[in-house]
Design a protein around this ligand. Structure first.
Ligand code: HEC
Ligand code: HEC
Length: 363
């Protein structure tokens, strides 16, 4: 068994995806037909959920703990999202949103097996029967769909569907897996116990078709690509500009440093350590130059390994903009690190401002 697993994990990503989809079509999408997890697998999945997901999706999977992350227990989502869609949302994330890729081949912390086990666990613990939706495309009036979208949906999903409080609907990774019927179902039934209400009364069937057709038109094509992963920095390179002076940061609420102060300190070659507290795959995509990966799911035991404890400023950032970095900074402060801060605006604002970044190596 072990050697089969090793062989499987060593395969090329596309081939493994192919295998997984074969496996899934063999057992069928229906939740009833997925064999129940062993107790050990369930316990491991529950622990992985708390370590990797609870920060944003909440300890009870209720959503909205940070970053407007969706509920992972709503009946509407869990009964309509097929297992391969769920697993790929976790493995490949939703590029350009705070939902990172967790698959090891994308630079994330989880194996394919762990991701599948977690997906099955999420379905089983939600306990809703799978609703089989048709695969046929839904046609509609594009212009009217766009008009309705601007009037009714853009305030939460963004003018171009880029996501605000509601998830990004124009997201290529979302649209690569979401069928028209899946989108239509979400509009019609909403997502129970979330901000997304059911539009079955407010909008006619035709209008919901128009909206679905419009959202589909935002697809741009996407397929997961494994990455050539950049090597992690050596501990001796953690401190930037070791011979430079200490920066003088003015913190808000004793914790948050505005990003322009960090940019100045970088430009003036000040001595500091920058921690990227996002999922490691995000560090591989792009990070602030010199930042070292210190993902929010690292244990308290390991968090300060190799960090200088001599008053050197330690600055953390995430996309959130605070949840992950706060968690790491809290751990460091508890351990007696003195000069620590969180970049107030977070990485997306840093990108928007076109401040410097280092891109990871892509294949
Ligand atoms: C008040 C804010 C709000 C408005 C208005 C709103 N949505 Fe949503 N929508 C959300 C949120 C929040 C979610 C995620 C809910 C969850 O699962 O936690 C969501 C989820 C969705 C999803 C499912 C996405 C997925 O990843 O599965 C679709 C599709 C969707 N909305 C379409 C629409 C359309 C079309 C409209 C306009 C008719 C609309 N929404 C209006 C907030 C909103
Ligand atoms: C840093 C915050 C964060 C963390 C940590 C996180 N997520 Fe997410 N997740 C999000 C956000 C935000 C979205 C919505 C993205 C968008 O706009 O499309 C999302 C979307 C999802 C979706 C798609 C749901 C839908 O309605 O379409 C799934 C499934 C999911 N996450 C599962 C997980 C799992 C499982 C983990 C842990 C392995 C995890 N997430 C960790 C923030 C996070």
């Amino acid at each position: 068994m072990r050697s089969e697993l090793t062989e499987f994990t060593g395969m090329n990503l596309h081939f493994r995806l192919f295998i997984c989809s074969l496996f899934l079509s063999f057992v069928g999408w229906s939740q009833n037909r997925i064999p129940p997890l062993t107790r050990m697998d369930s316990e491991q999945a529950a622990a992985n959920y708390q370590q990797y997901c609870a920060l944003c999706h909440g300890e009870e999977r209720e959503g909205d703990a940070a970053d407007y992350a969706p509920s992972l227990k709503s009946k509407s989502l869990m009964s309509t999202m097929p297992l391969n869609f769920l697993a790929s949302s976790i493995g490949f994330g939703r590029p350009g949103t705070p939902m990172a890729a967790y698959l090891d081949e994308m630079g994330g912390p989880m194996s394919m097996r762990e991701i599948f086990t977690l997906s099955v666990w999420l379905k089983q613990i939600a306990g809703h029967e799978q609703i089989e939706l048709p695969l046929d495309p839904i046609g509609g009036d594009l212009e009217n769909g766009q008009l309705l979208f601007r009037q009714k949906c853009a305030q939460c999903h963004g003018k171009k569907g880029e996501g605000v409080e509601g998830p990004a609907l124009a997201n290529p990774a979302f649209l690569a897996f979401a069928t028209d019927a899946y989108i239509h179902y979400a509009i019609t039934n909403g997502r129970d116990e979330t901000q997304m209400k059911a539009y079955n009364k407010e909008l006619s069937e035709e209008e919901r078709n128009d909206l679905t057709h419009y959202i589909r038109s935002l697809a741009s094509g996407w397929s997961p690509e494994p990455k050539e992963l950049a090597p992690y920095p050596n501990p001796e390179d953690y401190t930037l500009n070791p011979l430079g002076a200490h920066p003088e940061f003015q913190l808000k609420q004793g914790r948050y440093v505005p990003m322009d102060q960090v940019l100045n300190a970088l430009n003036e070659k000040k001595r500091m350590v920058i921690l990227d507290t996002r999922t490691s795959s995000e560090w591989h995509n792009a990070h602030i130059p010199g930042a070292i990966p210190m993902p929010y799911y690292i244990s308290e035991m390991e968090v300060d390994k190799d960090l200088p404890k001599d008053g050197t400023w330690i600055i953390a950032y995430c996309a959130c903009p605070h949840a992950a970095s706060d968690k790491i900074i809290n751990m460091l402060r508890k351990k007696g690190f003195e000069n620590t801060a969180v970049i107030d605006e977070g990485f997306f604002k840093w990108l928007d401002a076109q401040y410097p970044i280092t891109a990871g190596q892509m294949r």
